[in-house]
Design a protein around this ligand. Structure first.
Ligand SMILES: O=C(O)c1ccccc1N[C@@H]1O[C@H](COP(=O)(O)O)[C@@H](O)[C@H]1O
Length: 212
């Protein structure tokens, strides 16, 4: 079992799913957000996820989802990642309604942004720290942006957590050393263009993770 686990996010082709699974991803993510170049429908995700072995957790990345979308997606995944402005009450309700593990993404630019995390205790099972997008950005994540990882160095994490935002093969060792993350989440960093996953980059990234 590697010391550091990795979620490869924004998968939309059988090849990229295969590469993530074959090379040891602990989690694979599917984005349900029409403005995203990684957007998939529930039907596409079900087809992509069909042959994924049980030890690889399937994560649905959702942004302020309504109940209809949740009902369409939840039966085929193991984890719901909420990347919008969901309150703790909404996060808890989604957990109860779906029976799934729920991750809440927190957008970070300054230390003050971290104060949102404790409010999700008892509602989410994991916090995902991501970089805050620029004002007016089309996407709340998946922009390849980093935040100041040193902000997490002495932070008293209220919940299990993962690190995301601008991680790539060149910086992942520093990301892990600086923050102490044991689970990292990557999307843009294993792409050749927005939404286009590169199977060689996926393989190289997971190889690098295994050696940390
Ligand atoms: O990837 C997207 O398009 C996306 C859309 C809507 C919400 C979240 C999205 N991606 C998440 O963003 C982070 C970081 O991605 P990156 O490595 O910086 O590109 C990751 O958690 C994705 O799940």
């Amino acid at each position: 079992m590697p010391r550091i686990s990795a979620k490869i996010c924004g998968l939309s082709t059988p090849d990229s799913v295969g590469a993530a699974v074959r090379h040891g991803a602990s989690h694979i993510g599917f984005v349900f957000f029409p403005k995203s170049p990684r957007h998939v429908t529930a039907e596409q995700m079900q087809a992509l996820a069909a042959g994924v072995p049980g030890h690889v957790a399937k994560v649905a990345v959702l942004v302020d989802p309504d109940d209809e979308l949740l009902a369409a997606v939840a039966p085929a995944v193991d984890v719901v990642q909420l990347h919008g402005a969901e309150t703790a009450e909404r996060v808890a309700a989604i957990g109860h309604a779906t029976g799934l593990e729920v991750w809440k993404a927190i957008s970070v630019r300054t230390r003050a942004d971290l104060t949102a995390a404790p409010s999700y205790r008892g509602a989410a099972q994991r916090i995902l720290y991501d970089a805050k997008p620029p004002v007016g950005a089309d996407l709340p994540g998946g922009l390849g942006l980093r935040f100041d990882w040193a902000l997490l160095t002495d932070f008293g994490h209220p919940l299990p957590w993962a690190l995301s935002g601008g991680i790539d093969i060149a910086n992942v060792a520093r990301a892990v050393t600086t923050t102490g993350a044991s689970l990292v989440d990557i999307s843009s960093g294993v792409e050749s263009a927005p939404g286009v996953k590169d199977v060689d980059k996926i393989a190289a990234f997971l190889k690098a993770i295994a050696s940390l």
